[in-house]
Design a binder for this molecule. Sequence first.
Ligand code: FAD
Ligand code: NAP
Ligand code: SF4
Length: 671
Amino acid sequence: MTTAYPHLLAPLDLGFTTLRNRVLMGSMHTGLEDIGNAHQRLAAFYGARARGGVGLIVTGGFAPNPDSIVMRGASILDNEAEADKHRVITQAVHEHGGKICVQILHTGRYAYTRQPVAPSPLKAPINPATPRELSAADIEQTIADFAQCAAMARHAGYDGVEIMGSEGYLINEFIAPRTNHRSDRWGGSFENRIRFGLDVVRAVRERVGRDFIIVFRVSMIDLVEDGSSWDEVVALAQALEQAGVNIINSGIGWHEARVPTIMTSVPRAAFAQVTRRLMGKVSIPLVASNRINDPQVAEDVIARGDADMVSMARPFLADADFVNKAAAGRADAINTCIACNQACLDHIFSMQMASCLVNPFACHELDVTVEPAREPKRVAVVGAGPAGMTAATLLAERGHRVTLFDAASQIGGQFDYARCIPGKEEFGETLRYYRTRLRDLQVEVRLGRTVAAADLAGYDHVVLATGVVPRNPQIPGIDHPKVVGYVDAITGRKPVGRRAALIGAGGIGFDVAELLTHAHSDDELAAYRRQWGIDIGYTTRRGGLNDPEMPPSPREVWLLQRKPTKLGDGLAKTTGWARRLLLQKRGVHMLGGCQYLGIDDAGLHLRVGDDERVLDVDTVVVCAGQEPRRDLVAGLEAARMPYTLIGGADVAVELDAKRAIWQATEFAVEF
Ligand code: FAD
Ligand code: NAP
Ligand code: SF4
């Protein structure tokens, strides 16, 4: 069969074993690893991805010893009894023709425990605990623990291991002069700094034999000061090949790096060219990673010769069947990861289990399922935002006859505005996915007309997914012509002048500030690298960093809120820091503790503390949150029609697309 992705879907021969394609599912900590008896759930999770066609799966990190755990209670893979529990996982993957490696992760100074360990007692900027320096004896023991962990992986039926050598974890801490200040045989010269990682590989190879996959994740670009130089990256990779590694995977940036490397504003495959620089320097396969979320992008990476394989992690939370859909020529049916981090990394960093904003079934394979409806009904879903699109498609999948209405001429609701923000273009993929699903499931979609309660007679049930209306705060002069709502500002229906004040600094205030200060570039990848000081040629400093260059903002912007707290405090953990930093770099004035006194020809009158001032702005953009839109409720109640409120129509406070999609899912699988 011909395919649009011949390079991606080509098998990869490793000598003693063959991978069925070039797709590696990258390691992701889901939180299931830390729940004592979640092996069945992990088996269902990985089994579904193997059934979906992934060539090689790498699990979330498992610790080789107690020092190396991510946090208290995390699993350690160091004995046969523990390894036996993993057999359900390896069996589930093998049943579907996949292969699976366990990732051995020693977190080093990133461990969220009272006493992390590290090559040198240097505190990480992202961890409050100062690590204890490992003694020479500790180091030897740790190497033996890695080997024992790998042997247990083999005992459990895994096809191999991935040794985590990047992202600023223990092995990476030994390699980089930034974190290795030792003067014994484990520090100082480059040969000494890489000794620990190489000895780990040699010890693992000795324990597991030749016919067992060893993947090593090399930090290709540390993106921190005093990281590795490029020559050292190359020399390390060559030494790893000699030591017995079969595949080199790419790690990009340490966790403490102040450079965003995976969020949605990072261009697709932004780091494949770093991996490309290593092609030809070693003879084992290389894997490119980061922001590869589309089969064509993945195909191009391999076809161009940037890498031999691609690693995708979050895309398999979003869609377990990614590979099979691509292979079947149904890329249009892939539920694409939009790199929002909202339900995966943000959950993990707040000690919750991972799942996916666009796929609430991820990591819940056993507890949330879609069953045929017992009594198929005629259902009207009003509102084609995230809540309505989700409810309509799931209800149709269950066998209900569904009509989806929206007043707008296209589906998406507020999400359709989100995709207009520079760096959030990925959100458009979710709308493409829903368009395909609605068509495939033969949902009747009626757009372009506001529905009244009277239009809904004859349906057995109405789902009100009518969403939200922007809040219009009671400020004197709010009707002044220089005031525009965020929807008009985003869509360009109303112009925004060169000096603008934004009332409200929630997610939408930040997004609008990004839009208004964005300087268009014809080469977004080059612009991204310049803005964040990424130097993939390593021309100036170790770690692949140089001085950032921010293009001048096309506008002067004030971002305002009434709360006295730091602006952006409520933004998501894994992306909020980068969004705040970006606006700071662009010179956005951020003011908290504002009292809005009025708007007139002179501008926006404010009181901040005891200080009264006028911001002489051309435009005031209102981003002051939303209220639920429930104008159909009274009519439906009068007509005694059964209805259910979901998404923003139900509760607008702190509403985001995750809650809208998840609530719609819970409703639709139970209805
Ligand atoms: P809505 O999206 O508001 O959809 C409601 C739909 O109902 C609308 O299309 C409307 O036309 C239709 N409708 C209403 N009444 C009628 C009627 N009587 N007849 C016919 N149709 C009707 N969320 C995130 O999670 N992450 C983000 O990064 C993010 N970024 C955002 C960026 C921006 C700029 C914006 C504006 C929003 C963003 N959001 C984000 C929020 C997210 O889009 C909303 O939380 C989500 O869209 C709410 O979904 P919903 O289905 O409840 O309602
Ligand atoms: P929001 O996060 O609730 O922020 C509303 C802002 O308006 C706040 O800054 C609030 O601060 C201010 N405000 C509230 N009432 C006001 C009033 N009466 N007068 C003046 N100011 C007022 O809402 P949003 O920014 O509209 O975002 C909507 C939802 O979309 C949020 O839940 C958000 O999570 C989601 N979203 C997420 C992202 C993301 O990247 N994850 C991006 C965009 C949107 P003060 O009360 O202090 O003034
Ligand atoms: Fe991707 Fe967002 Fe889902 Fe995470 S939550 S897998 S980033 S779409």
